[in-house]
Design a protein around this ligand. Structure first.
Ligand code: BG6
Length: 286
């Protein structure tokens, strides 16, 4: 374990091909994934890493509530809480390609949301892929309901050249302009403040950092995360965010796999796994 600039604990995972991934115990937030030397994730230069707020970048975990929440902070508490690292069982700590992080209910979480839970979050890098897998376990005596999402910030060179495929035909809620609509574009491109919840995706969603070349994409393969939120704050909203640079909206796009359009109910004693694998594809054609 090492200490990053923040002074908080960070864990680095290493793949056999030289890939590296950094996880900050604040929120168990993956803050960087260098696949064969290429940074795949965006993390703001203004991100606050001291645990006082969610990290603006990487993959914050949204749990137990997506969006504004009457019981606690927006997007829930999991992305703000300090998680625990479990011991690596397969490899010596410094060279592990996979680690598991734990968050359990405590007085603070129960004061917001009176549920007894245990979250086990596995992060694993392999050649051209990053797995993040969240197991939610209900250790209490009563059922509880929640929404959850992996709030992935992807790094892109130019948002105007970026496209997302796999959303055509889906119903979406437009959080900027209002209403529910159906997506009719094969390749979704973004040129304004964009905040849409695409519901019930049936196949993988692909992000193309450069639609003109379209020889490289990031493909999201998910389990129990069938909704996809696509978000970019654009210029005006970027200026209003203290932990995000005014021009950084050019270089990021959030494509967030979640289970948010309907709450999940977990009975006492049961668990459920929600996972996402980001695959870097070099040969996908349009
Ligand atoms: C997205 C939401 O998931 O997260 C947006 O759809 C929200 O509405 C964005 O603005 C960022 O949220 P936050 O709390 O990290 O600023």
């Amino acid at each position: 374990m090492s200490y990053g600039n923040s002074g908080r604990e960070e864990v680095t995972l290493k793949g056999s091909d030289g890939s590296e991934c950094t996880v900050n115990l604040n929120g168990a937030t993956v803050t960087s994934w260098k696949n064969k030397g290429e940074e795949i994730l965006f993390c703001s230069e203004k991100a606050v890493l001291d645990g006082k707020k969610a990290i603006r970048g990487g993959i914050p975990i949204v749990f137990p509530n997506f969006g504004p929440w009457e019981l606690g902070p927006q997007h829930g508490f999991a992305r703000i809480k300090q998680w625990k690292l479990t011991e690596s069982v397969t490899q010596s700590g410094d060279d592990a390609s996979s680690r598991v992080f734990i968050l359990e209910d405590d007085e603070e979480t129960r004061n917001m949301w009176n549920a007894r839970f245990r979250l086990e979050y596995k992060v694993e890098i392999a050649e051209d892929s990053l797995l993040t897998s969240l197991k939610v376990y209900n250790k209490g005596d009563e059922a509880f309901s929640f929404t959850t999402l992996m709030h992935t910030y992807f790094r892109v060179d130019d948002i105007r050249k970026t496209g997302v495929k796999g959303l055509k035909g889906l119903k979406f809620e437009d959080k900027v302009h209002g209403g529910e609509h159906t997506e009719d574009r094969e390749m979704v491109q973004i040129n304004e403040n964009y905040d849409r919840i695409y519901k019930k995706c049936s196949g993988p969603v692909q992000l193309f950092p450069d639609v003109d070349k379209a020889t490289s994409c990031r493909r999201l393969v998910t389990k129990n995360l069938n909704d996809t939120v696509v978000w970019n704050p654009w210029a005006e909203k970027a200026k209003a965010m203290s932990d995000f640079g005014d021009e950084e909206y050019h270089n990021m796009l959030c494509v967030e796999a979640g289970s948010v359009s309907e709450p999940v109910t977990l009975e006492a004693g049961k668990d459920m796994i929600f996972s996402q694998t980001i695959v870097v594809d070099k040969t996908s054609k349009m």
